[in-house]
Design a protein around this ligand. Structure first.
Ligand SMILES: [Zn+2]
Length: 306
């Protein structure tokens, strides 16, 4: 199926229209009876930006549209809609309809009474709205300081502080509400849940790997996790430096484990990779949310010592 797609040029920001083929690709699903089809778009030819000529799409790279990314509505807009726009427009329309039906029996004094009561009703709503808006911003500040910023700042190392992440997730579920407004996008909460699930699945397998490794060393208490994870292929680097002998030992251990338990190792690798992807998603969703609500993305500047 050929369709047109609007694509933003990464280099200059110009929106280009390109022609693409829509395809569906099946994603592996956790439940065997469920087929997960994800739409992808395949450019028909190498497309360049009309403004700056840089390549924006080519047939060998499929385009995936991430839904929900451009739909971040600032919380204050939602509040305006629910607290301000809805009551005022409903009161005004009741007034207009009433006036239309009873216009014959209306005299000048009844009309002016009706108008003044309409105006005072609107004034009351405005006052209430202002108080609500103030407390909404206080609440957002509170959420930002205590949870959202911590979470944002924690990426990309959320799995180093897993208990902290779990706590932040449950606090967000509890406190990120204001009247009936959800102050934190539900897609973000879902992504954090997915992250925790994926990490849990990874960790189960990793623990098994560690048990297997412990059987191969003389003093299981002294297991060097850093080296084990590196040689199994769960990370691409290890921070500290080790003796060549230690490197050799762990290389051997990792080879034995991988040879004897190929499924375990490949599943662990798959889950850690998905965990990292999910963390990137969390980071970008948080960034969108914070930006759209004018909340800080940097640490608060510290007060210089006098
Ligand atoms: Zn461009």
């Amino acid at each position: 199926m050929k369709i047109h797609l609007r694509m933003k040029c990464k280099a200059c920001g110009y929106w280009n229209r390109i022609e693409v083929d829509k395809l569906f690709i099946e994603q592996p699903s956790s439940e065997p009876e469920v087929r997960v089809l994800i739409p992808f778009y395949k450019p028909l030819k190498v497309e360049t930006c009309k403004k700056c000529r840089s390549v924006i799409a080519e047939p060998k790279e499929l385009i995936k549209i991430i839904r929900g990314k451009h739909q971040v509505i600032p919380i204050s807009t939602k509040l305006n809609l629910w607290i301000l726009a809805l009551p005022i427009s409903s009161i005004a329309s009741v007034f207009i309809v009433g006036f239309y039906f009873y216009r014959e029996s209306f005299d000048a004094s009844a009309f002016s009474t009706a108008v003044s009561s309409l105006l005072s009703a609107i004034l009351v709503i405005l006052l209430v709205w202002e108080r609500l808006r103030d407390s909404l911003f206080k609440k957002l500040e509170y959420l930002h300081k205590n949870f959202l910023f911590k979470l944002y700042n924690g990426t990309p190392h959320l799995f180093w502080t897993l208990d902290g992440t779990k706590k932040l997730r449950s606090d967000l579920g509890k406190y990120a509400k204001f009247l009936n407004l959800q102050l934190c996008p539900s897609t973000l909460l879902k992504e954090i849940d997915r992250f925790l699930y994926l990490h849990g699945e990874f960790y189960k397998r990793y623990q098994e790997i560690e048990e297997l490794a412990k059987k191969q060393i003389e003093k299981p208490i002294n297991l060097t996790r850093d080296l084990l994870q590196y040689h199994i292929g769960l990370t691409d680097y290890h921070s500290s430096s080790y003796t060549d002998e230690a490197e050799e030992i762990y290389k051997g251990i990792a080879q034995t484990i991988t040879k004897e338990n190929p499924k375990l190792v490949s599943e662990a690798k798959g889950f850690i990779e998905k965990t990292r992807e999910s963390e990137k998603q969390i980071h970008s969703q948080l960034e969108d949310f914070l930006k759209s609500n004018n909340l800080r993305l940097e640490l608060e500047p510290s007060v210089p010592w006098l």
